[in-house]
Design a protein around this ligand. Structure first.
Ligand SMILES: Nc1nc2c(ncn2[C@@H]2O[C@H](COP(=O)(O)OP(=O)(O)OP(=O)(O)O)[C@@H](O)[C@H]2O)c(=O)[nH]1
Ligand SMILES: [Zn+2]
Length: 362
């Protein structure tokens, strides 16, 4: 069991906030990216609503004058925008996502699960202590790039160290495209230092291990009104009580903070371009290798080995790049296998139906 199963659950603020400001889709994160997908007619017939919580029992949606619960649907995740079909809610259209985080479910069938949609910024949180781990930071940055989300590295507990610049430099070595912020999560630092990414209507999420200060940061953004108060308990399929917290907290006058446990156990799959973006230095070097299929082992004219010899590239970073690529390939390959199997199964089902041997209703 991890702390998500029975831990405190963040009380939802969204209902209150929406009733304070029912007119503002923008406050819920509506952006031109979504508006461009629909015409004005469609907008009045099927009003947009954001999925602000996903529970086993249903999806909670908020819009202008809308605060409803829809039946659960596997294709919809927290953060999604729906065009609500009032007569047939199940037929509500899901707007194209600006960003999407997905993962492969633990277990043997390893299906893809949607974790969260339409996050603008992910704060990759670690602390200036033994939690700090370059491989993990690189993986999270790759994941953010792959999902289309702006990553920002946040180093908490900076008040407890005297060598702050060293920690910052280490984090910067992950990617020069990712801002690094070092702070004390408990005081006024978060509001001041994270404000560029936490403007009203922006959706943010915190990613990081237990104890690094994610809740402290969330509460600081909310003006230290403790968001964590009330537990929501539901029965899972086996009748056990579990808590679910896949929610967007609307911070009054501020951004939306996503809180979901699924962000914890993220593995990379189908993330080749995110890895390439994160390891842009290595990718660029590799284009200068003499052989197009250089493995960067002992081939002559290898630009990566040359960079290592000249002290321009850390051998450990090359190792981590290889490891992440291997993880991604492993997971992506099994995904591809699964898709092939699914297609074969789909064809078989169609054939059976066509032959009139089986009739099923969806
Ligand atoms: N000195 C100091 N303490 C901090 C800082 N950030 C967090 N803490 C403390 O570290 C502990 C853990 O912080 P949390 O915010 O609960 O960590 P979390 O990441 O939400 O942990 P989980 O809920 O287990 O995922 C608390 O006692 C915080 O007060 C910081 O920047 N400086
Ligand atoms: Zn090479």
């Amino acid at each position: 069991m991890n702390s998500d199963d029975f831990g405190h659950v963040h009380e939802s603020k969204h209902a209150d906030s929406a009733s304070q400001d029912p007119a503002s889709l923008a406050a819920l994160g509506w952006q031109p990216f979504f508006a461009e997908q629909i015409s004005v007619d469609v907008l009045s017939e099927t009003p947009p609503a954001r999925v602000v919580a996903v529970h086993r029992s249903g999806l909670q949606i908020l819009g202008v004058g809308l605060d409803e619960t829809l039946p659960p649907c596997a294709d919809v995740t927290v953060g999604d925008w729906l065009l609500l079909d009032r007569t047939q809610p199940r037929s509500s259209r899901i707007l194209s996502r600006k960003t999407l985080i997905k993962r492969r479910a633990p277990g043997t069938d390893r299906q893809v699960q949607l974790i969260a949609a339409n996050i603008d910024t992910v704060f990759i949180v670690t602390s200036c202590n033994q939690d700090f781990n370059l491989a993990r930071l690189e993986r999270y940055v790759a994941l953010a790039f792959e999902a289309g989300i702006t990553p920002v590295m946040v180093l908490t507990k900076a008040d407890l160290v005297t060598d702050r610049p060293i920690w910052i430099d280490a984090a910067r070595s992950v990617s020069d495209r990712v801002p690094v912020v070092a702070l004390d999560a408990r005081g006024d630092d978060p509001q001041a230092k994270l404000s560029p990414w936490c403007q009203p209507g922006q959706t943010v999420a915190f990613l990081g291990s237990s104890g690094v200060g994610k809740s402290t940061l969330t509460n600081a953004l909310a003006g230290n009104e403790a968001i964590a108060t009330q537990a929501i308990r539901e029965d899972d399929a086996k009748g056990r009580h579990t808590t679910t917290r896949r929610e967007l907290h609307l911070i009054p006058g501020g951004c939306l903070v996503l809180d979901t446990p699924g962000m914890r156990e993220l593995q990379l799959a189908d993330a080749a371009s995110g890895i390439a973006e994160t390891f842009e230095d290595i990718e660029t070097l590799s284009t200068h290798c003499r052989f197009g299929n250089c493995q960067h082992e002992r081939e002559p004219g290898c630009a990566i080995r040359a960079a290592i010899e000249q002290g321009q590239l850390e051998p450990a970073r090359l190792q981590r790049w290889r490891k992440l690529l291997a993880e991604d390939r492993f997971n992506s390959a099994s995904l591809a296998e699964r898709r092939t199997k699914d297609r074969a199964f789909g064809k078989m089902v169609k054939r059976v139906i066509k032959e009139g041997k089986s009739r099923r209703e969806c």
